[in-house]
Design a binder for this molecule. Structure first.
Ligand code: SAM
Length: 285
């Protein structure tokens, strides 16, 4: 079955009485070039189990299953279950979980379904939860090598910005802390049904095997990053004082020990400066 053929897709959906849900971010890929590319650039290959988030009618799921040993996919919309039975029923290496990705036990899925395999995540993410899903995957330290996902173009720009540049945000620091991120290719809005109001891009995050901080230091680091970016126009010392109550003099002395100006804003600091600063502030407080 050709899942990028518009009349085939319309026929399946109408036979199942399916209407697109905007709230669930349902924009399905109909451009035939996209899913093979995501699969190939996202490590869907022999020796890999791929975790997919949000199957829609299974257009990407199928391309993943043609290349990887196993595919386990989490899809929240119960109405899609009979559709998927029809579109993917013949594949023995696909398992669908009718669950909310934010609540699913992803560690269990990976360890039970992908035993003896390497694991990676591939998805055309529902846009309303792009950042929470990416941070959930990274923060829970799942045993995955990489995350290859389609996101809105603007989100891709922020995620792929350089830490220490004006385009960066808390999410930029978050993904760059856990891995290395790069943009793979852009995707125009016309590649989807229904067509969204924005263009998209596919990014890949290669997850670090070793982290820059000890687990007990990470909590403070992320609180500091959140606080700094929540008032990014203020100097870092002012933002940390007003959000975390850190005495300004402590921040000034930590900054000066690192050779950084007292009036610095968080967006100007590199990853190394941020981790060094957080370690120093943690020992003072
Ligand atoms: N992979 C399909 C494609 O590329 O055509 C569908 C992508 S569509 C952008 C996002 C999918 O994620 C939808 O099928 C939607 O129902 C599903 N979804 C939305 N929220 C979800 C959640 N919290 N957990 C799991 N799936 C979710």
């Amino acid at each position: 079955m050709n899942l990028t053929n518009i009349s085939t897709v319309k026929d399946i959906l109408s036979r199942h009485g399916f209407n697109f849900s905007k709230g669930l971010g349902q924009n399905f890929i109909i451009n035939p070039d996209i899913c093979p590319k995501i699969a190939e650039m996202g490590s869907a290959e022999k020796g890999y189990g791929i975790l997919e988030i949000g199957t829609g009618i299974g257009v990407l799921t199928k391309e993943l299953a043609l290349r990887a040993d196993k595919v386990s996919a989490v899809e929240i919309d119960t109405r899609l279950m009979p559709v998927l039975q029809e579109t993917l029923g013949e594949f023995e290496n696909i398992k669908i979980y009718n669950e909310d990705v934010m609540k699913a036990d992803l560690r269990k899925i990976i360890s039970e379904d992908f035993s003896g395999l390497k694991a990676a995540v591939c998805a055309n993410l529902p846009y309303y939860i792009t950042s929470p899903v990416i941070m959930l995957l990274l923060e829970s330290r799942l045993p995955i090598d990489s995350i290859t996902v389609m996101v809105q173009k603007e989100a891709a720009q922020r995620l792929c910005a350089k830490v220490g540049s004006r385009d960066s945000g808390a999410i930029t620091v978050g993904v760059n802390y856990y891995g290395t991120v790069k943009q793979l290719f852009g995707v125009s809005r016309g590649s989807f049904m229904p067509s969204p109001n924005v263009d998209s891009a596919v990014i890949r995050i290669d997850v670090n095997k070793e982290m820059k901080l000890e687990p007990n230091e990470e909590k403070f680091f992320f609180r500091m990053v959140q606080a700094g970016f929540s008032q990014r126009r203020k100097t870092l010392a002012n933002a940390l004082y007003s959000i975390m109550g850190l005495p300004k003099n402590d921040v000034y002395s930590a900054l000066s020990e690192l050779g950084i100006s007292e009036s610095v804003r968080i967006e100007a600091l590199t990853m190394e400066q941020l981790t060094d600063l957080s370690k120093r502030l943690m020992t003072i407080n």
